[in-house]
Structure formats: C-alpha cells, structure tokens
Ligand binder design. Structure first.
Ligand code: GLY
Length: 401
C-alpha cells in the first residue's frame, strides 16, 4: 500500500459527509465478498480509477447471487412497516434498466432482464380477502398495482389454475437472471481492472488507530485505504475489532427449477401464489421458490421443503406436473436483525464501509447499493436513501448517544 495515500480523509460516521480521500487520487479498496454486491462495487470503483482487490472465500457469484430468483419485486413484496425500505427498493427498481444495459455493454453478456411484470395470485376467498387488504395498503402508498379478476388473470396466463379469486397486478415488478448478472459482473469488474482473489477467505479487517488499513487473508495482510464488507450471509464471520460483529444471519431458502419448452413456455409473468413464487426464464427454466428457514448454514434439501414448494406451485399452475425437475438447491439470504440492509460507513472504524444484509432483496437492491457505496467511497457523499440503513441503528441507544 502506497504511503502517499496516507493523506486520505476517512468517512468517520454515516452522518459525516467528509470525503473518503482527497479528490486528486483514488483510494486502494479491498472488497470482502465476490457476490453481485462486491463485484458491482468493485466494477464501479475500478472504472473510476481505484485500485480494487476483491476477496471471496470460494468462487465468485456462488452464494446468494447464484441461489436467488432475480425478482425485482418492490411492489409485490411491499408490506406495512417497511416505508424506508420501500423507498430504497423503488429507487433501485428504477435504476435497473440502465444498470442492466451498462452491464451488458461492459461484459458482452445479456442478463435477460424481462419486463412482463408480476402477478400475485389469490386461489381462494381467504387469499382474496388478504390480497384486497394488501392492495389497499399498496395503493395508499401510491404504488402501481391493480386488481385483476380471475378471468383477466387467465387471459394473461392461460395455464394457471381454473379457480382463481383474483390477483394483484404489479406491472413494474420485473425479473433478471441473477446468475447471468453475476457472470457479467465478474467480467466487467475484471475488465475495469479489479483483481479477483477466489478461495481467499478474509479473516479480519486490519485496523490501526481506529481506521481500516486492509484485510488479513489466510494469515497474509493486504493493505487498503478503504474496506468494503459485502460478504452477504457470511459477513458476521469477518472480524472487525474494535467494532462488534455485524448482526447478519443466514436465512435458508430451498428452491428448485423445472424445465419448460423455451419455444412454448407455460408461463411468462413472475407469479406469486400462496407458499411459493414461480419465475420463468428465457432459457426455459421455471424457478420455484422458496422456503424461509432459520437453520443457520444448513445445506440440506429436505423432502418436506421440496414437497411444500411443489405442492404450492402445482395448486397455482397444475401443468407443472408434466415438467422435469432439473435442479434443486439451497441458498442463504443475509438477514440483519430487522431484515433490512446494512449500508454505509462504520461509525467505529474509519474507512470501513458496509454493503450487506440485503435479505430477500439483494438482486433488486444491487443498482442503488452500488451507486450509493461508490458515491461514499469516491466523493464522501452519503446518499440520503441509505441513511436509515447504517449499522448504528443496532447499537443500544445509550451507547449511540
Ligand atoms: N426474494 C425472494 C426470496 O427471498 O425468496
């Protein structure tokens, strides 16, 4: 690490907008985690002239980035009590088309952003009553959602169950192939000059006098001016003393994929139905997700989990019984204590920035997280959108004051 960069001025806290460094030179950055978050941040920072090293304990893009369904469901997943998160989700949803286009141009890989929208199904009167209540809440927030009756739904998706009580139509909730996004980001980040270190678990963030000086990987120190912790469900395992470990836990999800005929797919919209969601890919895969299990890093596929997904999916879309199962897998959502992301500068360690804890919304929140973290590193600008999501919200109040 060049000592000439020691004049860098660190962001001291999320509310301190002083630049991370003087504008004349770009910092050396270590990114912990080569999932979509880490790779996208590395891409943006390397493009802007930073020296960037990205470390992953395994192979890039193989954690939640690989396991996810790629839904950009800001409206369908909007629930009471998540107003700040909704603003962040909607902002990121708006950024997705330009982000995808730029990523495709930088990587030469199509990420299959599909814009057919999402339908949230009610299969019976009970579901219908629940969805009517939810749509009233969502419309009250000004979200673009509409009620469809059963006949409207089946006109759009003729293979769905014949008895439907109605649905919520979310015309702006699209989807992207998250595995293609991860592959494209790896290419884009490396083309921009970021160096990827796979099979390189970061044991700890090195701190000197309360500021980040690099990371320690397999006992070897790698110097850096700024460290970005983007290790998803594994973020808690990175020691960052004097700060406490981040309150991030793995939230297990089992999923599976069925094979449709890509020339005659049985579904074109993303479908949410009680107990499941269905995401049709351009290549003919039909993703069926997902269980939500608090079992730590348990990688078991269970008969009960898979049976539940298939049963719920079959009730909504009976023709799946003709399809082959082509893949079954487990993923780990990075859940924080309040299930909202942890974004922005550490208040305890200067030069340490968090981009983790995205829970159910990692792919959706990719563009806004990348944009906000890049602004923080490059300009010392704390985007107001991420202000509610600093790690400080988890401190005991007396300690924070
Ligand atoms: N956002 C979908 C899931 O977490 O399963």
């Amino acid at each position: 690490m060049s000592e000439s960069l020691s004049s860098i001025v660190s962001v001291k806290s999320a509310s301190d907008a002083s630049p991370v460094r003087a504008a004349s030179a770009r910092p050396c950055v270590a990114v912990v985690g080569a999932g979509v978050m880490g790779l996208a941040i590395a891409w943006r920072l390397a493009e802007a002239g930073c020296t960037v090293d990205v470390f992953d304990q395994g192979v890039s893009g193989q954690g939640a980035s690989h396991a996810a369904a790629g839904m950009l469901a800001a409206c369908a997943e909007a629930e009471p009590g998540e107003d700040n998160l909704l603003g962040l989700n909607r902002a990121s949803q708006t950024l997705w088309p330009a982000f995808a286009a730029e990523l495709e141009a930088a990587s030469g890989i199509s990420v299959d952003l599909r814009t057919e929208g999402t339908i949230v199904l009610a299969l019976n009167a009970d579901d219908g009553a629940r969805l009517r209540h939810l749509i009233a809440f969502q419309q009250g927030l000004g979200l673009p959602v509409e009620w469809l009756n059963g006949a409207d739904v089946r006109r759009r998706e003729p293979h769905l169950a014949t008895k439907l009580a109605g649905a919520v139509w979310c015309p702006e909730d699209h989807q992207v192939d998250n595995r293609l996004v991860a592959a494209a980001l790896k290419i884009a980040a490396q083309a921009a000059g970021a160096v990827l270190h796979e099979h390189s678990p970061v044991e700890r963030v090195e701190t000197v006098d309360g500021r980040a000086r690099g990371v320690v990987v397999n006992g070897v120190r790698h110097g850096a001016d700024v460290v970005v912790l983007a290790a998803g469900a594994w973020s808690r395992g990175v020691t960052i003393a004097p700060a406490a470990p981040l309150p991030v836990r793995p939230v297990k999800g089992q999923m599976l994929a069925l094979r449709m005929d890509p020339a005659a797919p049985i579904l074109s919209h993303v479908i949410w139905a009680p107990g499941t969601y269905l995401v049709p890919r351009k290549d003919g895969r039909l993703i069926v997700g997902a269980t939500v299990e608090e079992k730590g890093f348990d990688t078991d596929l269970t008969a009960g989990g898979q049976l539940a997904l298939l049963t719920h999916a079959w009730r909504a879309l009976p023709t799946i019984e003709e399809l082959s199962i082509i893949e079954q897998w487990v993923g780990f959502r990075p859940g924080s204590r309040d299930d909202a992301p942890i974004l922005g500068a550490s208040a305890d360690v200067e030069g340490l920035i968090f981009a983790t804890g995205h829970h159910r919304n990692g792919i959706l929140l990719l563009p806004v997280t990348t944009q906000a973290i890049a602004a923080l590193v490059l300009e010392g600008r704390a985007d107001p959108l991420i202000a509610p999501f600093t790690a400080e919200r988890f401190r005991p109040r007396a300690e924070a004051e």
